[in-house]
Structures are given as structure tokens and as C-alpha cells.
Write a protein that binds this ligand. Structure first.
Ligand code: PMT
Length: 407
């Protein structure tokens, strides 16, 4: 049974396994994390595979195990940088003396050490080694260095060791590791909920070198995705062409055109509780992009455009739609246009912002007027990150209200 009420529900956890006899406990750790509703991906060092089979970890995690830094197939599916961004917690259990030394030195000589350097996720280590190794000043020094970089050490425990000796150095049990995580990773208002967010512009190709685009930088949508993840939600971000880092704990799918964005959204909307459409999707696209570069002729050029699919309206019109939040970018008459879109597209909420004159698009700050059918919230100018957190509070509260009033 999966328990979706704890802080681990929907969390994205990388379990790292280094070489040591305690690796036999790792499948149990993965199993328990999944029982709490966490999504788990496993990364094994080469020496870990001498102690436990990757197939076992694949079976308990439900996903292919990541092992090689330079594995073409794995990089194509979820590259090491994407995996580092995907994670909101990295738990390395067991962490051998060798791995601890490599982490303390900041080496990036295999997939696991590289991932640790490349992630913004919280890092947890459960050391496991012989008691004399654990007492060695070099190991103690490496652990102190890691702790000073906010890496959390869990254990080790004391007791009989695989080598026949007695003392500190045993890996702590998986249920104690899970408890340590539960003590820190608190449930947020959206724990256990899945969200899909669109962000950025779309580019509609005219020919192989030109396109119709817009000024959206993606900042507002990325901030919303990050704020939803901070509130405990599991978030997938469908992003148009932008130059931004993926917020920690968020899964990202890159697309280019409105057609690709619609396809990516419809492929992922099914298990979602909420959809937030922040993307500035093109309203029109060329009827047929030219196969070759359009040549200059000195004559006026007429482009034939057709309407793009409306992604937001399509999701809101699904037979069982999620909680749907739209954005409205307006140069004037903010309230009447926003309320019109709220009604016409059958949305639960709409967040309207003024655009033009340097506001809304591209900049770091924004302000929002948020409307539901019977409420209005005014969110004053502030950074897009802070603004997104305020908007997510409203979303969480409105979703809860809707659930409470639904029989
Ligand atoms: O990316 P930034 O630089 O940070 O800028 C942020 C922003 C100004 C782009 C953002 O805050 C914003 O206003 N996004 C919505 C832009 C927009 O396309 O607004 P609209 O009023 O044209 O569309 C209304 C809604 O329908 C939006 O939720 C939009 O995502 C959606 N839509 C529109 C057209 C379409 N074909 N499909 C859609 O889903």
C-alpha cells in the first residue's frame, strides 16, 4: 500500500549505491521509499554491482538502473545532468570510505560523483565500512568536510560487522534512513498531487531558418513549476525554447511549437490533479512551413496563417479535467478580458498580467490579478519567484475548497 500522506509522497529521490556488503539492504530502502509514494531512480557505482545485481534494483524501483556516465542510451533517456536536476533528494546508501573520499575531494570520475556535484538536491549519506576504517582520521576528516557542505550523514550504527569484527561502521537500517528523511521532508499543501505546467514561447517555423516567436523568457512558468514543487507537488514542466535551468525536483520536457506542446501535454495530463498554462503559445502558425529557405524577391510577401490549437481550452474541455489555471497577457482592460477567458475556456482560475511597456514578458518582476468565478486576489509587483509562491498558495487553497464542496 502506498501512503500518500507523508512528506515523501511525490518526491523524486535518487538512491546511490556504492560498493560494500551493506548494498544488500539497498533494495529494502528503495521499496520503503516507494511505499511512501516517492519516485525513485537508482544510480550504482561499478563496484556496487559486484555486491548486488542492477536487475534487482530495477525490479524494486520500476526503472532502469543508471550506471555509466558515458552511456549513450541512458543519456538519451535521462542524461546525468537531467537526473541531477530531477532529484529533490539524493540518498547514498551504502556510502563506502572510497566514495566518501571522492565526494570530499569533489571528484567527478563516475556517474554518482558527477551527479552529486551537479545537483541542487539535498544529499544524505549512510556510511558503511569496517570499524578501523571508520575510526581512521582521514575518513573522519572527509566526513567533516562533507558535513560542512550541508551533506547529512546518517549513522553509521555499531554492532557485528561482515568482516567478523564488532564496532561502529554498520550501515543504519533502511527504516531509520526513511524516518530521518520523513523528519525533514515535511508534507506541503500539495503533497501527493501531480501538476503539469507549460512555460515559455512557442516557435512556429516559416522555413528552415525563420520562425514566428514571442518575447516570453519562460521565467514566470519556471517559477510556477518550482513553487508547486516546493509545495510538495510532483511537477512536469513542458517548456518551449528557453535558456533556463530546470527548477530542482521538476521533470522537464522540451518542445518547440504549439503542436508539439499540445502533444506533450495530452500525453501527460491523465494522472494530473492540476494544469497551469503559463506558456505564451502562438495563436497563429504558417499553414505550411516552406521546405527550403524563402528567397528574397523584392516583392511584398504574404504569409498564410492558420489558428494554433488552444492547449488550455483543450485540457479544460476534457471529460474529467484537472484543476485548470490559465494566464492572460493583456495590454488593456485586464479584468474584462481575463474574466472572458475564465468563462469561455471554463477555467477554475485565471492569473492576468499587464504586458507591453516592459512589463510581464522577459523581466524579473511581475504583478498578477487572479480571478475565480467569485473571488479576486491582487498580487502586487514582486519577483516572479515570490509571486509564483503566492499564486501557488491560492491554487492549493482553491483546490482544497473545491474538493471539500464536491460530494
Ligand atoms: O515567460 P516570461 O518572460 O516570464 O513572461 C511571462 C508571461 C507574460 C508569458 C506570462 O505571465 C503570461 O502571461 N502567459 C500567458 C501568455 C498568453 O499566451 O496569454 P493569452 O492571453 O494569449 O492566452 C491565454 C491562456 O491560453 C494562457 O494560459 C495560454 O497559455 C493559453 N493558450 C493560448 C493560446 C494557445 N494556442 N494555447 C493556449 O494554451
Amino acid at each position: 500500500m502506498v501512503d500518500r500522506s507523508t512528506g515523501l509522497a511525490g518526491r523524486r529521490i535518487v538512491v546511490g549505491i556504492s560498493g560494500g556488503i551493506a548494498a544488500y539492504k539497498s533494495p529494502e530502502l528503495v521499496r520503503r521509499l516507494r511505499e511512501h509514494g516517492a519516485e525513485v531512480r537508482v544510480v550504482m557505482t561499478e563496484s556496487a554491482t559486484a555486491f548486488i545485481s542492477p536487475l534487482t534494483l530495477q525490479a524494486v524501483s520500476g526503472h532502469r538502473v543508471h550506471r555509466q556516465l558515458l552511456d549513450e542510451q541512458a543519456e538519451a533517456a535521462m542524461g546525468h545532468i537531467e537526473l541531477a536536476r530531477w532529484a529533490d533528494q539524493v540518498v547514498i546508501a551504502p556510502a563506502s570510505a572510497g566514495l566518501i573520499a571522492r565526494l570530499a575531494a569533489g571528484l567527478a570520475d563516475d556517474l554518482l560523483t558527477t551527479l552529486v556535484l551537479a545537483t541542487e538536491a539535498r544529499i544524505w549519506l549512510a556510511p558503511a565500512m569496517n570499524r578501523v576504517m571508520w575510526a581512521n582520521p582521514a575518513v573522519a576528516d572527509n566526513c567533516r568536510r562533507l558535513a560542512s557542505r550541508e551533506v547529512t550523514l546518517l549513522g553509521p550504527a555499531s554492532g557485528s560487522q561482515a568482516c567478523g569484527e564488532e564496532g561502529p561502521g554498520r550501515m543504519i537500517e533502511p527504516d531509520r534512513i526513511v524516518k530521518a528523511l520523513l523528519d525533514v521532508v515535511r508534507p506541503g499543501p500539495l503533497t501527493g498531487r501531480r501538476f503539469l505546467v507549460t512555460a515559455g514561447p512557442t516557435f512556429e517555423d516559416l522555413d528552415p531558418v525563420r520562425f514566428i516567436g514571442n518575447r516570453s523568457s519562460g521565467r514566470m512558468g519556471f517559477a510556477v513549476a518550482g513553487a508547486l514543487a516546493d509545495a510538495g507537488a510532483s511537477v512536469c514542466l513542458v517548456a518551449g525554447p528557453v535558456q533556463l535551468d530546470t527548477p530542482p525536483g521538476v521533470e522537464r520536457v522540451d518542445v518547440r511549437s504549439a503542436g508539439e506542446m499540445l502533444e506533450a501535454v495530452l500525453a501527460r495530463i491523465d494522472p494530473c490533479h492540476g494544469f497551469v498554462a503559463v506558456a505564451a503559445v502562438a495563436d497563429y502558425r504558417p499553414v505550411e512551413p516552406a521546405r527550403h529557405k524563402i528567397k528574397k524577391s523584392g516583392q511584398p510577401l504574404t504569409l498564410s496563417l492558420e489558428p494554433c490549437p488552444d492547449i488550455l481550452a483543450t485540457v479544460a474541455a476534457l471529460p474529467e479535467p484537472p484543476f485548470v489555471v490559465g494566464f492572460a497577457a493583456e495590454t488593456h482592460d485586464l479584468e474584462s478580458y481575463a474574466r472572458g477567458k475564465l468563462e469561455r475556456k471554463r477555467l477554475d482560475l485565471i492569473a492576468a498580467n499587464r504586458v507591453g511597456d516592459g512589463s510581464g514578458f522577459e523581466c524579473e518582476h511581475n504583478a498578477l490579478e487572479v480571478y475565480s468565478r467569485d473571488c479576486h486576489w491582487s498580487l502586487q509587483p514582486q519577483s516572479k519567484t515570490t509571486l509564483a509562491h503566492a499564486l501557488v498558495e491560492i491554487i492549493a487553497q482553491q483546490m482544497q475548497q473545491r474538493e471539500e464542496s464536491t460530494p
